[in-house]
Design a protein. Structure first.
Length: 511
């Protein structure tokens, strides 16, 4: 892929990888790319930034990026994936560079233009730091004007040159109707995520996509769109199917409007090719982003349906005999556990599967959920409700191929990048911790209550605070924003597991 970029842009992409690894991220984010542009001091992008008084050190400070990276001893580190936002930036950069010449390499100035046109958190951080961006956007357009490849950020476009005025009006009507449908559909989806799911992370993503759509639509000739609009004469407004008039529930409204938005973006993409190929590419990127958001939102909806009332997960394992295990599970279920997770690290596969099947029987009788730790293959054989994965286990994507589309997949997370990656990957629920030191597992670094507070502010995808939680400290965890907890030694090592679970359950229910 790097052969498509200039030498300077290739160095920026490599440096963005280094910056992402330095903060232990799972993916390269726009802030890493922007900080890497500031590192490339002799590039065209750096000269443009300097022209507007944007000092590299000030940029890095505004982005929260260190001035100097620690040396990396890895000879050939594994490349990190690009986040969805970075992929959108790179797609915009390619469209900027190759609007009139498909062979032209992508330079640092095109990466900068992609970052500025994508909106999102990076632009917000820079604006908060008092760094003016609008003059830079305008200067970018001028920079490449002499190269016969206008670098259009938003709001400008060449006039339509259609020989038949009727075709111009027809095109304007189609573009106007599609833009309206896309905006309306996104707003309906955002309302569901905001008011039904009450999810801050997904709401933020939808707002960013909606704002990017508005910016892309401003690239069309708005006078043409409004002038061509003819709502009374639109035959489609008088045609209603039975399915359009009835919605069974809010989820049906959500699904219908995701489809409506995707179809409208496809229409915008196709018909805007008659106007501006670069603009059509922006609608294409938005369409793919909406498909990804549809998966994330519907995954969250399914997770809420499966785990909406689940508050207490009990992790069991390490018992010397099957009888000891089934006794603890029975006691935990009788005390009010919603989910039993079987976590065994040192058993042969055959014995682990045998124990898993016994736990499956007990949880089915109690109408509780059963999760198997680490092993999606055995989880499927044991007919478990799902599998829980650590950061070093198989990927969520690979686990999904084994357990199928309906099984629950939980992921342990210890910091914000891991949480974001798990959500983007489609995790059914998250483990958030470790909160405290644990008697059953060694932790070199505690995430603590600060991470619990961050998770509460970031996502409403079901998550369980975990790590050393017991009756004495659960109030601190709940005060930090947790509504679900996962416990192990507080129950497994208790003299009376049923009483221990009941005490925890009472605190959760009275929160």
């Amino acid at each position: 892929m790097l052969e498509s970029y200039t030498a300077g842009a290739s160095r920026v992409l490599s440096q963005s990888q280094a910056r992402a690894r330095a903060r232990a991220a799972l993916a390269v984010e726009p802030a890493d790319l922007f900080a890497a542009l500031a590192d490339e001091s002799e590039s065209r992008a750096a000269l443009l930034l300097a022209e507007f008084g944007l000092d590299p050190a000030a940029l890095r400070a505004a982005l929260g990026a260190p001035d100097v990276l620690d040396a990396n001893d890895d000879e050939a580190p594994q490349p990190l994936p690009h986040s969805l936002d970075v992929r959108a930036v790179l797609a915009d950069a390619e469209l900027h560079a190759r609007r009139n010449d498909r062979t032209r390499p992508i330079g640092t100035e095109h990466l900068l233009a992609g970052l500025l046109s994508s909106g999102g958190s990076v632009n917000a951080l820079l604006l908060e730091a008092g760094l003016a961006l609008e003059p830079l956007r305008e200067r970018l357009v001028e920079t490449v004007a002499a190269e016969a490849a206008p670098l259009l950020i938003a709001g400008e476009m060449p006039s339509l040159e259609l020989t038949d005025p009727t075709e111009e009006v027809d095109l304007g009507r189609m573009l106007d109707a599609s833009a309206n449908r896309a905006r309306e559909g996104l707003r309906v989806v955002e309302d569901y995520v905001r008011f039904v799911l009450d999810d801050p992370g997904l709401t933020r993503r939808l707002k960013e996509v909606r704002h990017r759509l508005a910016e892309a639509v401003r690239g069309l000739d708005l006078e043409l769109l409004i002038g061509a609009r003819d709502t009374p004469g639109d035959v489609g407004t008088h045609i209603m199917t039975a399915s359009e008039q009835v919605r069974e529930n809010p989820r049906a409204v959500l699904t219908a409007n995701f489809k409506r938005t995707g179809e409208a973006l496809r229409s915008l993409e196709e018909y805007s090719k008659l106007v501006d190929v670069w603009l059509a590419g922006r609608f294409e990127v938005l369409r793919y982003d909406v498909y990804t958001l549809e998966k994330l939102v519907l995954t969250a909806v399914n997770a809420y349906r499966a785990l909406g009332d689940a508050r207490l997960m009990v992790l069991v394992g390490g018992q010397p005999t099957l009888g000891d295990l089934t006794w603890v599970v029975d006691e935990a279920l009788a005390g009010g556990a919603d989910i039993i997770q079987l976590r065994e690290k040192n058993l042969p596969d055959r014995e682990l599967l045998s124990r898993a099947r016994e736990v499956r029987i007990l949880t089915t009788q109690a109408r509780a959920r059963f999760i198997l730790n680490d092993r999606p293959d055995l989880a499927r054989l044991a007919a478990a409700d799902g599998v829980h994965l650590g950061q070093d286990d198989v990927t969520l994507r690979d686990a999904r191929r084994i357990v199928g589309p309906r099984a629950l997949i939980g992921v342990s997370t210890h910091n914000r990048p891991q949480l974001d990656q798990a959500v983007v990957s489609g995790a059914s629920y998250l483990g958030v911790g470790p909160v405290f030191s644990s008697a059953t597992k060694d932790f070199s670094d505690l995430a603590g209550l600060a991470y619990v507070r961050l998770a509460a502010e970031t996502t409403n995808v079901p998550w369980f605070a975990i790590g050393g939680i017991n009756e004495d400290n659960i109030d601190e965890v709940l005060a930090a924003g947790a509504t679900r907890v996962a416990v192990s030694s507080a129950v497994v090592r208790a003299e009376f597991p049923r009483r221990a679970v009941a005490a925890l359950r009472e605190k959760l229910d009275n929160r």
